[in-house]
Design a binder for this molecule. Structure first.
Ligand SMILES: Cc1ncc(COP(=O)(O)O)c(C=O)c1O
Length: 431
């Protein structure tokens, strides 16, 4: 197809999307680009433009797009039937792999999305402790449930611990069941526990909150406080699971929660997520193991789907190979250091925040330690992202994910594009 025809085809799709999809898209990222294909660390849009891809499907494609070994196993498994609503070998083997890898995982329950996993994990804490309240952190992302949407991205600074709902349609009563604290602030957590201990079931936290690393002692402090007060500690490892280390952030940080949630990487690009945790807690999913009123009904049409599980298992097998994490960290570090150098040279009020497997630029001159301090100049970031896209770099609104498939050439190309985008940004600012 000629370039002109390809561009026309993309325009038609964008128009069709506007007609049939609310807001013209799936709700995730900018709708001006329609992706046609991905291979390794790159994607192509319908117009034929090529991008180095740091969006990575929002994280699942950690071994790269269309990895030949993943594609092969998916084709083989799909050819034998896509789903059964019954136990299947791939799902069972994936659960066994998770139990072997993730420190807190003694049992695993599969669902299809991270949002579901988080909603069930919070319910599990409530069922186990027989109390209703859960503490989360401002800016912590735990999916799109009514509870997850409490103070995920509040536009105004509320008073802790009152949550601010991020969506219309959430019952007012949900606000009474969620307490909100600032990330990296153990003192506030301790005082909220003192005040609400009798009603509190547990704490849910992203060990790296979006990009913000835990300060030394923060996760350890949460572990200690939850243990001392008989609360469950839930790590949301939907992003960090199998990304920071094979055993996730809990292995990387050396702090083991009671329950964790997993998603993204474990489905190899297909819809699959999980709740994993201590056997006595996970027993609430087992009607035979707990009293009838302690049992948690949990059914999902696609739970443990064999194609997704096989894709996930193969992805994990690739990640387990010697050198895989070294490679991801090396690529991420080179980009973080390169970005930081460009920002330093240009003296823009900006910093690189995160860790090698996922990071981004925050346009701020303050130290970033929680949700409020991570709120940089959003308009500037949007312009920077657009300038990068014009230069062949695709990334999330506020995150770059690194894959095993990104090459040294991708890094060089990206650093050149970044330097050029920042130069353009500076001249726009000056104009
Ligand atoms: C930390 C975290 N938890 C949960 C979720 C929700 O996962 P899903 O989009 O599969 O529902 C996400 C999604 O990005 C996430 O980043």
């Amino acid at each position: 197809m000629s370039e002109q025809k390809q561009a026309e085809a993309e325009r038609e799709l964008v128009e069709m999307a506007r007609r049939v999809l609310p807001g013209g898209g799936f709700g995730n990222v900018s709708h001006e680009v329609v992706i046609a294909e991905g291979r390794g660390g790159r994607v192509w849009d319908v117009s034929g433009n090529e991008y180095v891809d740091y969006l990575l499907g929002s994280g699942p494609m950690i071994v790269g797009h269309a990895h030949p070994e993943v594609v092969q196993v998916v084709q083989q498994v799909a050819a034998k039937g896509a789903t059964f609503f019954a136990n299947n070998e791939h799902g069972i083997r994936l659960a066994a792999e998770i139990v072997g890898a993730v420190p807190c995982a003694e049992k695993v329950r599969f669902v299809s999305t991270g949002a579901e996993a988080d909603a069930y994990a919070m319910r599990l804490a409530r069922a186990y402790r027989k109390r209703d309240k859960v503490l989360k952190f401002e800016g912590g992302y735990h999916g799109m449930s009514d509870y997850g949407l409490m103070s995920l991205a509040p536009k105004r600074a509320g008073n802790f611990p009152q949550p601010i709902p991020d969506s219309a349609g959430i019952p007012k009563s949900v606000r009474d069941e969620v307490l909100v604290a600032p990330f990296n602030d153990l003192e506030t957590v301790a005082s909220l526990i003192r005040e609400h201990r009798a009603e509190l079931a547990g704490i849910i936290v992203e060990p790296f909150q979006r990009l913000v690393p835990p300060q030394p002692g923060f996760l350890e402090g949460l572990r200690k406080l939850t243990e001392e007060n008989g609360l469950l500690l839930i790590f949301d490892e939907v992003v960090t699971g199998f990304r920071f280390a094979y055993g996730g952030a809990q292995e990387y940080c050396g702090v083991t929660p009671d329950i964790c949630t997993l998603g993204k990487a474990i489905g190899g690009g297909f819809p699959l997520a999980a709740i994993a945790g201590r056997a006595d807690i996970m027993a609430h999913f087992d009607r035979g193991a707990v009293a009838e009123d302690a049992f948690m009904t949990q059914i999902g049409t696609l739970s443990g789907n064999p194609v997704a599980a096989a894709a996930g298992l193969k992805t994990l097998e690739i990640l387990k190979r010697p050198g895989a994490y070294d490679q991801i960290f090396k690529t991420g570090r080179a980009l973080m250091e390169g970005f930081a150098q460009v920002l330093k040279d240009t003296r823009l009020p900006a910093r690189v925040v995160g860790a090698a497997p996922m990071f981004d630029v925050v346009f701020t001159d303050r130290e970033v330690k929680d949700y409020r301090s991570a709120m940089g100049d959003d308009a500037m970031l949007k312009r920077c992202n657009a300038l990068l896209r014009e230069r062949g770099i695709l990334k999330g609104e506020n995150k770059c994910y690194i894959s095993l498939a990104h090459t040294a050439e991708d890094v060089r190309f990206t650093l050149d594009a970044f330097a050029s985008a920042i130069a353009a940004l500076r001249s726009q600012r000056a104009a």
